[in-house]
Design a protein around this ligand. Structure first.
Ligand code: ADP
Ligand code: MG
Length: 245
């Protein structure tokens, strides 16, 4: 079913001490949908992403993934984590492992795949992100843009049902942003379900099905990119856009 919900947050609340960082958050992401989350620094975007795969516990509300409520721990949680890939601002590759080993590690260790099978898929994913020729190198030998593409290949190697991106291009030199966004755009076109926190408004315009604007822990506004950029409804969204565009 094309518009079946894959990720559903209902009435989610989270506090850090006195700080109400997620306030009654309701968000539903359909299978194959690309949702771009934007908003000022400190508005709760990273916390939202981390809550979706339980890197961050929530205080109330429910999060369901593919029809199942998020498990709190144990094997079910490990399975959930392998179904929801995450790509961070810092690439977090293992420095002492080769590019190929980085991409094979999860499938072999977590999914208990045969190394030969994992290697074959890892190589084809490295090809897909344009890094196959660097497979035997170590992360430090690659540029930031290349390392981030490896991180995307590594997430894909787990055959996730959805990918979360938390400012994947924010740590990159400007000339490397495009190569990472290109990989993300092609994933979006291929139907991957994606939640993307980014300040790259070009990506939001061209690749997103929906833009969600967050401020102070609340989802203030959601719309198609065309609608949102042409006619932001809230004062806070207008203010935010005037500062970044
Ligand atoms: P964003 O990603 O939109 O910049 P975050 O989700 O990182 O926002 O943070 C939202 C708010 O929660 C910020 O005020 C931040 O300082 C605070 N925060 C984030 N992580 C923690 C933590 N582990 N402990 C306490 N406060 C935190
Ligand atoms: Mg953040």
């Amino acid at each position: 079913m094309a518009d079946e919900a894959l990720i559903v947050l209902e009435n989610v609340n989270k506090w850090f001490g006195p700080l109400h960082v997620l306030q009654d958050v309701d968000l539903s992401v359909a299978r194959g949908e690309v949702v771009v989350v934007i908003g000022p620094s400190g508005s709760g975007k990273s916390t939202l992403c981390r809550a979706i795969n339980r890197l961050e516990p929530i205080d109330s509300g429910t999060i369901t993934f593919d029809g199942r409520q998020l498990p709190a721990e144990g094997r079910a949680l490990a399975r959930l984590r392998s179904e929801v890939g995450m790509v961070f601002q810092s690439f977090n590759l293992f420095a002492h492992k080769t590019i190929l080993q980085n991409v094979m590690l999860g499938p072999v260790k977590v999914r208990k795949e045969k190394p030969a099978v994992a290697r074959e898929r890892a190589m084809s994913l490295l090809e897909r992100v344009g890094i196959a020729s660097q497979a035997e190198k170590f992360p430090a030998q690659l540029s930031g843009g290349q390392q981030q593409r490896v991180a995307i290949a590594r997430a894909l190697a787990m055959q996730p049902k959805a990918l979360l991106f938390d400012e994947p291009t924010s740590a990159l030199d400007p000339e490397m942003v495009g190569e990472v966004l290109d990989v993300m755009t092609s994933l979006a076109r291929e139907g991957m379900t994606m939640v993307v926190v980014t300040h790259e408004m070009g990506f939001a315009r061209h690749a997103a099905n929906r833009v969600v604007f967050m401020a102070d822990g609340q989802l203030v506004e959601q719309a198609t990119p065309a609608e949102f950029f042409a006619n932001p409804k809230s004062e806070r969204a207008r203010d935010f856009l005037s500062k970044i565009l």
